[in-house]
Design a protein around this ligand. Structure first.
Ligand SMILES: [Zn+2]
Length: 428
C-alpha cells in the first residue's frame, strides 16, 4: 500500500514537471517597496517579499524578516508592489474591420500562430500576467497556452474558450466560420471546444459593434439554445460567458445560469439588478465604445459604418457601466483590445481601469477589478490575484500607489510572472 502511494505521489510529481525544463527554484527577494493592500487596510511598508521558484514564500517587514543568503535582491526602494494585472476579454488574433483586416485576409494558420505568440509576449511584458480569451480562431490560443506551459513561448497565464459559438446570421457570422443552430449543434460544438482544452464556452447571443448589421440590443439566440449550451458546458465543469449587448438576451442567459456577460452595451437597471442577485459577472470592455480609441480606429482605417456604430453605442454603454457600478455587479476588467495596445499614452488595460474610475469606481475598486476580482471570476484566487504567501509570484513594481490614483499603473517598472522577471526598468 505504502509502495503504491509512493508511486502515485511520484508519478503525480512527474506529471507536474515539464519534460526538458528544470524546475525554477531560484530565490529572489524584493526589498524596500510598499505592498498595496487590496482590502483597503494598511499597506506593508518597507516590505521584504521572498519569492522561491514560482511562488511567494513569505512577506514581512524589513525589521522582522531575514533575507536568505543565496537570494537575488531586487531593490524596489520607494516603489509600490501590486499583483500582475489581468484582462478578461481579449483576442490575441484580433482582426478588426479596416485595412488591418484586409492585410490579414490571406493569413495562413502558421502565420496566425506566430502573430498570436508575438501578441502574448507583448501582453506579458506590459504587465498583464493573466488573460482570458473569449474566442480566438483555429485554436491558436490553446496552442500558445500549451507552448507557454512547456517553456517554448513566453506569455501570460491563459484561460481560454477556444472558438466562440455563433449562430447563422448573428454576431461573428461574417467571417466564414462554422455556425451552430439549435440546441444539439450548440451542445456538440461546446463539447468539441472543451475537448480541445477550453475552460470557458463563449456564446454570441446578441448583435455586436464589429458586425455590419444585426440589432445589438436584440436577443438573437433562442432560450432553448442558450439553456442547452450552458447545461452542456457546466456538466463538464466549464464556465459560460456571452457576448451580449441586450437586456432581453442577458435576462434569458442569467435565468439559464450563465457565469458572465461581455460588454453589456444596453443593459438597464432591472437586468443589472438581476445579475447582481444571481452573482453573474460583467466584463464591460468600455474602451471599445469610448473616445480614447478614436485615434486607434482611424489609424487602422476603420470604415465609416463602424465608427458610427461605435459612437451610437457609446452613450448607452457608459450609462450601463455607471449603473452596474452603482448596483454593485461584480466587474472583471476586459478590453476587447490587445491588453498591451498603446492607448491614450498608456496600455488598453490601464486606460480601461481609468475609465472605471471615471464611471464611479474608487481607484481601489478599479485595481481590484484588474486583480483579485478577476481571479475570483476565474475561480483562480487561491493561486493568483494578490500578493500573498503561497500564491504565484505575479508582481508588478509601480511608481505610485494605484489604490489612491489608478493612473499610477501607467508607470510599470518591473513585471514578474511566476518568479521570472520579464520587464525591468528598475535597475536602469
Ligand atoms: Zn471580443
Amino acid at each position: 500500500m505504502k509502495k503504491l502511494l509512493t508511486l502515485l505521489v511520484f508519478s503525480f510529481c512527474l506529471s507536474l514537471a515539464v519534460p526538458g525544463y528544470a524546475m525554477n527554484t531560484a530565490v529572489k527577494v524584493i526589498t524596500g517597496a510598499t505592498v498595496v493592500d487590496l482590502e483597503g487596510k494598511n499597506p506593508i511598508e518597507n516590505a521584504v517579499v521572498i519569492v522561491e521558484g514560482e511562488r511567494i514564500k513569505s512577506i514581512g517587514t524589513a525589521d522582522t524578516t531575514s533575507i536568505p543568503g543565496n537570494a537575488e535582491i531586487i531593490d524596489a526602494s520607494g516603489k509600490w508592489l501590486v499583483p500582475g494585472l489581468m484582462n478578461m476579454h481579449t483576442h490575441l488574433g484580433l482582426k478588426l474591420p479596416g485595412k488591418l483586416a484586409a492585410e490579414l485576409a490571406n493569413e495562413t494558420e502558421t502565420e496566425l500562430a506566430l502573430r498570436v505568440a508575438d501578441n502574448g509576449r507583448k501582453v506579458l511584458k506590459a504587465g498583464i500576467t493573466t488573460i482570458r480569451l473569449p474566442g480566438d480562431e483555429k485554436h491558436a490560443d490553446l496552442a500558445l497556452k500549451k507552448a507557454i506551459r512547456k517553456g517554448q513561448a513566453i506569455g501570460p497565464r491563459i484561460f481560454s474558450s477556444g472558438e466562440a459559438l455563433a449562430i447563422t446570421g448573428g454576431h461573428g457570422s461574417e467571417k466564414g466560420k462554422t455556425f451552430h443552430d439549435g440546441p444539439y449543434e450548440l451542445i456538440k460544438a461546446a463539447r468539441k471546444e472543451i475537448s480541445a482544452g477550453a475552460q470557458w464556452i463563449k456564446i454570441l447571443i446578441s448583435g455586436g459593434i464589429a458586425t455590419n448589421g444585426g440589432d445589438i440590443s436584440k436577443a438573437l439566440m433562442t432560450p432553448e439554445e442558450i439553456n442547452a449550451v450552458i447545461d452542456a458546458a457546466h456538466r463538464f465543469g466549464a464556465k459560460v460567458t456571452a457576448h451580449s449587448g441586450s437586456p432581453q438576451a442577458t435576462s434569458i442567459a442569467v435565468d439559464a445560469g450563465i457565469d458572465c456577460i461581455e460588454h453589456g452595451y444596453f443593459l438597464d437597471k432591472p437586468t443589472l439588478r438581476k445579475m447582481k442577485k444571481s452573482g453573474t459577472w460583467l466584463v464591460p470592455t468600455i474602451l471599445v465604445s469610448q473616445p480614447a480609441l478614436n485615434p486607434f480606429f482611424k489609424e487602422i482605417g476603420s470604415p465609416e459604418w463602424y465608427m458610427k456604430r461605435r459612437e451610437s453605442v457609446g452613450k448607452h454603454h457608459w450609462k450601463a457601466l455607471q449603473t452596474a457600478i452603482e448596483v454593485g455587479v461584480s466587474i472583471g476588467l476586459g478590453t476587447d483590445q490587445l491588453p498591451s495596445a498603446p492607448t491614450d499614452g498608456t496600455t488598453a488595460t490601464v486606460r480601461e481601469a481609468e475609465y472605471y474610475v471615471e464611471a464611479g469606481m474608487t481607484p481601489l475598486q478599479a485595481l481590484r477589478s484588474a486583480t483579485i476580482e478577476t481571479a475570483k471570476l476565474l475561480e483562480a484566487d487561491k493561486d493568483i490575484g494578490s500578493i500573498e504567501t503561497g500564491k504565484y509570484a505575479d508582481i508588478l513594481v509601480v511608481d505610485g500607489d494605484p489604490s489612491k490614483d489608478i493612473s499610477a499603473l501607467r508607470n510599470i517598472l518591473m513585471v514578474m510572472k511566476g518568479g521570472e522577471v520579464y520587464t525591468d526598468h528598475l535597475s536602469k
